[in-house]
Design a protein around this ligand. Structure first.
Ligand code: C2E
Ligand code: MG
Ligand code: MG
Ligand code: MG
Length: 288
């Protein structure tokens, strides 16, 4: 009360801190119920060949719609889920959901590419991560080849000693591995050769500066060439313009993902727009 009289600005500053704190508490408390109350869904964003435009994969991205809070972005709630450990249950939910979706598409004879799932650094701190997600996939009778595990570069570099054996285990179960947000963290290139990875995803900050900053263009080209030299597929994230796409095509980038191609969308929409029945597409092919 005194602070308010003496210094209005100071009081306002305190209120902001308190509001941020209260919002975080609110999000945290509600997040604990999000799975049980069916508030989580997955959206899927297409990943297409830079040269042909054909669907090569898709990334599962979590969405949370809360009756009072509205839609809360993963950028806000994933860090809170990581801090509190709620990410463990969310991670399992995501994987089960993706396996169920894969099964449903495959049993409808749709030609579906691999689905990428994001894993948090925190999930890699549990030594039985590989066997626990291997169990989920086995229980749902999913082929691990159809799943790409995305791990961010910063989290994989953080604790290489514990992450490396888990990556090898995931790989031996049959999952594909992608390094996400590559170039954003402290790239320790020396470790790249030890990692059993299949795909490298160039961070969107490079893609977004591709046409305005020649250094970003040089780095992007170097990442693409290095990846090809190591037999990795490269995905450019955050492709928002035709011009960026043209640069990436000229640089021989394999796969592109971003708003220019398409936004993340519900599974039904992706199915309608991108997935063709194996049988019907054969029939169409022979008819034409
Ligand atoms: P990420 O894995 O790097 O995912 C890419 C993010 O970029 C997504 O944000 C996607 O919607 C957004 N994006 C796609 N195309 C464009 C574009 O052209 N321009 C721009 N500016 N952005 C684009 P989203 O869905 O908000 O997710 C943010 C982050 O939250 C993800 O970054 C990932 O780190 C995390 N996340 C999302 N879903 C999950 C999940 O199921 N589990 C975990 N552990 N993390 C998740
Ligand atoms: Mg990702
Ligand atoms: Mg990314
Ligand atoms: Mg990210």
């Amino acid at each position: 009360y005194q602070a308010k009289i003496q210094n209005g600005g100071h009081q306002f500053f305190n209120e902001r801190i308190i509001n941020t704190f209260l919002r975080k508490l609110d999000v945290e408390n509600e997040l604990r119920w999000a799975i049980a109350k069916n508030q989580l869904t997955l959206y899927y964003q297409p990943q297409v060949s830079a040269s042909t435009g054909h669907l090569e994969g898709m990334e599962a991205l979590i969405r949370w719609n809360h009756p009072r809070l509205g839609s809360v972005s993963p950028g806000e709630f994933i860090p809170i889920a990581e801090e509190t450990g709620i990410i463990m249950d969310i991670g399992k939910w995501v994987l089960k959901e993706v396996c169920a979706q894969l099964n449903s598409w495959l049993s409808a004879s749709l030609a579906v590419p691999a689905i990428a799932v994001n894993l948090s650094a925190r999930q890699f701190l549990v030594p039985d991560l590989a066997s626990s997600i291997g169990d989920i996939v086995r229980q749902t009778c999913c082929d691990p080849q159809h799943i790409v595990i995305e791990i961010t570069e910063s989290s994989s570099m953080n604790d290489i000693e514990s992450v490396l054996p888990i990556l090898h285990e995931l790989k031996s179960i049959g999952f594909q591995i992608a390094i996400d947000d590559f170039g954003k963290g402290y790239s320790a290139l020396g470790y790249m050769k030890q990692f059993p990875i299949d795909i490298l995803k160039i961070d969107k900050s490079f893609v977004q500066e591709l046409t305005s900053d020649s250094k970003s263009a040089v780095i992007t080209k170097a990442i693409i060439d290095m990846s090809h030299g190591m037999n990795l597929r490269v995905i450019a994230e955050g492709v928002e313009t035709q011009e960026q796409l043209k640069y990436l095509q000229a640089m021989n980038c394999d796969i592109v993902q971003g708003y220019f191609i398409d936004r993340p969308m519900p599974s039904e929409q992706l199915e309608l727009r991108y997935l063709k029945g194996v049988w019907s597409s054969c029939q169409n092919g022979s008819a034409n």
